[in-house]
Design a protein around this ligand. Sequence first.
Ligand SMILES: NC(=O)C1=CN([C@@H]2O[C@H](COP(=O)(O)OP(=O)(O)OC[C@H]3O[C@@H](n4cnc5c(N)ncnc54)[C@H](O)[C@@H]3O)[C@@H](O)[C@H]2O)C=CC1
Ligand SMILES: N[C@@H](CC=O)C(=O)O
Ligand code: NA
Length: 430
Amino acid sequence: MTKPLRVGLAGLGNVGAGVVKLLDTNRALVERRANRGIEVVAVSARDRHRDRGVDTTRFEWVDDATQLCHRDDVDVVVELIGGADGPALTLARATFDCGKSLVTANKAMLAHHGLELAERAESAGSALKYEAAVAGGIPVIKGLREGAAANELAQVYGILNGTCNYILTSMEQDGSPFAEVLAEAQRLGYAEADPSFDIDGIDAAHKLAILASLSFGARPDFGAVATQGIREVDIADIQHAATLGFRIKLVGLARQEAGGLFQRVHPCLVPLGHPLAHVDGSLNAVVAEGNFVGRLFFQGRGAGEGPTASAVVADLIDVARGEFGPAFAMPASKLGALPAAPQGDHVGRYYLRLTVADRPGVLAELTAALRDESVSIESLIQRGTAANGGVYVVMVTHEGPERAVRAALGRMSASDSVIGQPMMMHILDF
Ligand SMILES: NC(=O)C1=CN([C@@H]2O[C@H](COP(=O)(O)OP(=O)(O)OC[C@H]3O[C@@H](n4cnc5c(N)ncnc54)[C@H](O)[C@@H]3O)[C@@H](O)[C@H]2O)C=CC1
Ligand SMILES: N[C@@H](CC=O)C(=O)O
Ligand code: NA
């Protein structure tokens, strides 16, 4: 049998410790599948003595993670530090400079520097593998890069952040307060080091930039993703949505439109009949639509130690087998800089929730604003009393350009009758 693949592991947090546990538990199986052993030889983290629930003292300790790739006894580096820049990026560059392969779960780094890293990997004849970076344990990178490679993809979208999905599901099912559920998601190891990356949609946007690159042959471009998180989603919105036959999910969506590549992360109303509506807790799901394969639906655990380690070790098995290939859908030199589609051109139905003073004539004011922007309404309900003493007015528009709906909302917000910030959300209609 070929000599074992020797791993230098940078980062021993949730995911790093999970990788060590998985390799311990499934050692013989991994060896059979890779046709050679996979052995961690050296590790690096911030704190040498922390209890990680697994023995890491048997590995060589390296204070400076960058040194891992320079060691003669390391064939492949696994980067599980995190962060778009800083030590993770330094290590990734150094690994390719050393002519070695890199496995990473770092979506932030790939969304910002994916093209550069793919070019470096190709020049070095090395592999850049990142299955864990998008939707944790779900094999969606392999699914799109390999399984769907023969298809023209019309759109790719899904629930890409386990922490947000866990929060929205708990708010809906138990009425739990936002802050309490976020703390629980952190305890369970789902959240990013800075959880605002989760709740502000940034983490999902990192993943969407990677999915868009794989799906449309674009260079990963985090800056082109319009991003809105879940901070403004109120428990009242969740209840109104349920009354109307929807669930609220944070959805990342990329599609080719007439004006270019549309990329957005935003809370959406998902009809109960759509499979995404039933993806709950820390589960993630990705939908891709190909011109020959039709609709693909990937679902599974998107965050946490075990599922993420599963994806990291799957990549290590690829490297052990010598299965390299381009990092994204095609060689880096062929990835295009696609123009971004104007967000206002997006056509769809929208949910609008306003809190208004309970007095005559208010509804007439609101409907006048909609009429002036040529937005037509499919349904309108006035219900419940908000905490600020106003009443909720909830509307669902007919399909139309987003620009017009935003303009109408702007007019409505300017009215003295509207209290506080209105909420506007997209309805997922495909
Ligand atoms: N936790 C999850 O469910 C998932 C995490 N990821 C990604 O995996 C990566 C790791 O995430 P977690 O394990 O959750 O983070 P974590 O915060 O639990 O662990 C980070 C580790 O990196 C170490 N570290 C920090 N600076 C370092 C440096 N300069 N040199 C060496 N080690 C250093 C820390 O000591 C710690 O052991 C991140 O890129 C994250 O976005 C991806 C998918 C799921
Ligand atoms: N913080 C992320 C972890 C996985 O990528 C999430 O909650 O999805
Ligand atoms: Na994955």
